[in-house]
Design a protein around this ligand. Structure first.
Ligand SMILES: Cc1cc2nc3c(=O)[nH]c(=O)nc-3n(C[C@H](O)[C@H](O)[C@H](O)COP(=O)(O)O)c2cc1C
Length: 327
């Protein structure tokens, strides 16, 4: 299993709790890491650079305390950085991640060797998310340590390729850590990802319906009540294709059969506006994203209970596969 050296012996499950705009916080990250799941959050979830520093210090302190009091190892944590010209805070955020030697940095949109080199300078690990092999090759060229295959049905800005297809393509040229994103909501699906040759499952939507997640109760309940058919894949809301829960799209005043043409892609401004708490309905804040994996989510759990459930489902699935192999 090609995991980065610094991750070995720290995970209880091959799972990353993926970064989610406006949803992931230090509370979630800490709860995940002490369960042996890699916890992450987007840097953009903090409005200021000072706030970002406070969050990183808070997480590092909590995990150090956990390790000291229990004698156990916590999973590493990660911060997601949007590497795009519209992200005005990119350089400052990067400097902060380097200053505090954040163990894992997940880059989105741009794979740039100077960013990768900066993270490598202190022994940090860089995973980069891609929706096709062309972007995967570019990220490999930039020196990333892992590729996240973002496939069809994923929450957030999803891809359109089937996971079997994208994983196989990426594996033809990439032998470092491979992650799979898209509709993974159960331990059996984590096992399925491992069977495909994936090293780590990258799960977002399942973690929306957790007690620690900071989205509203109505959002969590809608995730629980929704099925795959309730998800719409459109570029009308965020400029590039993303999955949203239809009910929240209509509640924001959109006609599902007559969605507007996208106004262009400016993720930095979009994120900055959404965290400002404006009166106007905004993507992510009022128009709620989730992936097709909502189908498998029937309850809101604490992260500790979810981790126990995922481990049990994972073991059951792995044992089932082994028993078939023995016949
Ligand atoms: C509400 C929401 C917000 C997201 N925000 C981000 C983000 O800020 N940065 C990012 O790289 N991915 C973001 N994602 C994508 C996730 O990191 C991950 O790729 C995806 O949720 C995995 O698919 P799944 O939701 O089907 O498990 C978001 C996903 C959701 C559901």
């Amino acid at each position: 299993m090609p995991l980065p050296e610094s991750f070995v012996g720290r995970l209880s499950l091959p799972v990353v709790s993926a970064p989610m705009f406006l949803a992931s916080t230090p509370k979630m990250v800490i709860a995940n890491c002490i369960e042996g799941i890699i916890g992450t959050f987007p840097a953009a979830n903090q409005r200021t650079i000072e706030g970002l520093e406070q969050w990183i210090v808070q997480i590092k302190q909590a995990l150090a305390d956990f390790e000291q009091t229990t004698g156990k190892k916590a999973a590493p944590f990660g911060v997601n950085l949007i590497v795009h010209k519209s992200n005005a805070r990119m350089e400052q955020d990067l400097a902060m991640l380097v200053k505090h030697k954040v163990p894992l940095v997940i880059t989105s949109l741009g794979a740039i060797s100077t960013v990768v080199d900066a993270i490598h300078s202190y022994g940090g690990v860089v995973f980069h998310d891609v929706v096709n092999a062309r972007h995967g090759r570019k990220a490999k060229g930039a020196g990333v340590d892992g590729l996240i295959a973002v496939t069809t049905g994923a929450g957030g800005h999803a891809g359109s390729l089937h996971p079997f297809a994208l994983v196989q393509e990426l594996r033809t040229f990439f032998d470092k850590t491979l992650l799979l994103s898209g509709s993974i909501s159960t331990g059996a699906e984590v096992a399925a990802a491992r069977c495909l040759g994936v090293d780590l499952a990258y799960m977002g939507t399942r973690f929306l319906a957790t007690k620690e997640c900071q989205v509203s109760e109505s959002y969590k309940q809608l995730v629980v009540n929704s099925k795959a058919d309730d998800i719409i894949y459109t570029n009308a809301i965020s400029g590039i294709p993303a999955n949203f829960i239809k009910q929240s799209v209509t509640a924001a005043g959109f006609d599902l059969n007559n969605l507007p043409k996208p106004e262009g892609f400016d993720i930095g401004t979009e994120m900055a506006e959404a965290v400002k708490d404006p009166a106007q309905k905004k993507p992510w804040k009022d128009i709620w994203s989730a992936g097709q994996g909502v189908s498998a989510i029937n309850n809101i759990l604490s992260i500790s209970d979810l981790a126990a459930q995922l481990k049990q489902e994972y073991q059951t699935a792995i044992c089932g596969i082994n028993s078939i192999n023995q016949k």
